[in-house]
Design a protein around this ligand. Structure first.
Ligand SMILES: C[S@@+](CC[C@H](N)C(=O)[O-])C[C@H]1O[C@@H](n2cnc3c(N)ncnc32)[C@H](O)[C@@H]1O
Length: 226
């Protein structure tokens, strides 16, 4: 799909595709509210807004991403509300039936993720969990009764860590998709750091991506068989 992508905005790639494949199996009722956290070009928001009767909101901390996502949804005639801000901050008090996210999850060189620049699209603190952990803690308050979260990240970040945090936040969890991907340029450049941190064995040139699903206990989200 053609997507306007200004410099510095994340190019949808294997993680986006794996999240999209998991999203395709979710049956959404007309009127369902979907939130795309860290929308980038708006790739996931476009897919969601193409579903009949679904109301889509997207958020990103990058102004360029917000502009790109607004453009990419508008030229398709899709009504998507794209807001600028940090994760759920601009969505105070709002709840959604499905939250999807492909957040930054690459282990970086500095503890706080960068506040500006291209690397903000993927850098996520020393262990890559700075944004993941915040989403795990904050998402439950933004799920409507019966709602679900779908979130993609690398297994190098610790799948159990995400599952545990989401369970601690009161959700039921499972892994709904896995795929091995060769390292892209960012991961190749980070191999040394990842090895130093004990996150990667020297012989590895690929990583497993996982999509985690987390449901509220009264979830009525319906899923097609894969
Ligand atoms: C890995 S990219 C994914 C983009 C898009 N969802 C995709 O799959 O193509 C992560 C996105 O999260 C955004 N982001 C990073 N930190 C954020 C934050 N604290 N709040 C909201 N968005 C954030 C980045 O600007 C970037 O667009």
């Amino acid at each position: 799909m053609f997507l306007l992508r200004p410099p510095g905005v994340y190019r949808p790639q294997g993680d986006t595709a794996l999240l999209a494949a998991a999203f395709a199996l979710v049956e959404l009722q007309p009127g369902a509210r979907v939130l795309d956290v860290g929308t980038g070009t708006g790739a996931m928001a476009v897919l969601a807004a193409r579903r009949a009767g679904v109301r889509v909101t997207a958020v990103d901390r990058s102004l360029r991403a917000v502009v790109a996502a607004r453009f990419n949804t508008l030229i398709r005639g899709l009504a998507v509300r794209v807001v600028h801000g940090d994760l759920f901050t601009p969505l105070d008090g709002q709840v959604f039936d499905l939250i999807v996210s492909n957040p930054p999850y690459v282990a970086g060189r500095s503890a706080p993720p960068p506040a500006h620049g291209r690397a903000r699209a993927w850098d996520a603190g020393l262990d890559g969990r700075a944004i993941l952990d915040r989403i795990c803690s904050l998402a439950p308050a933004h799920l409507a009764r019966g709602g679900s979260l779908l979130m993609v990240h690398s297994a190098l970040n610790g799948v159990d860590a995400s599952l545990r945090r989401l369970r601690e936040a009161g959700l039921r969890t499972s892994v709904v998709a896995r795929r091995r991907e060769p390292f892209g340029p960012v991961m190749r450049a980070r191999k040394g750091i990842l090895q130093l941190q004990g996150l990667l064995e020297p012989e590895h040139d690929d990583e497993e991506l996982v999509v985690i699903r987390a449901d509220t206990f009264d979830s009525d989200t319906r899923w097609q068989a894969a």
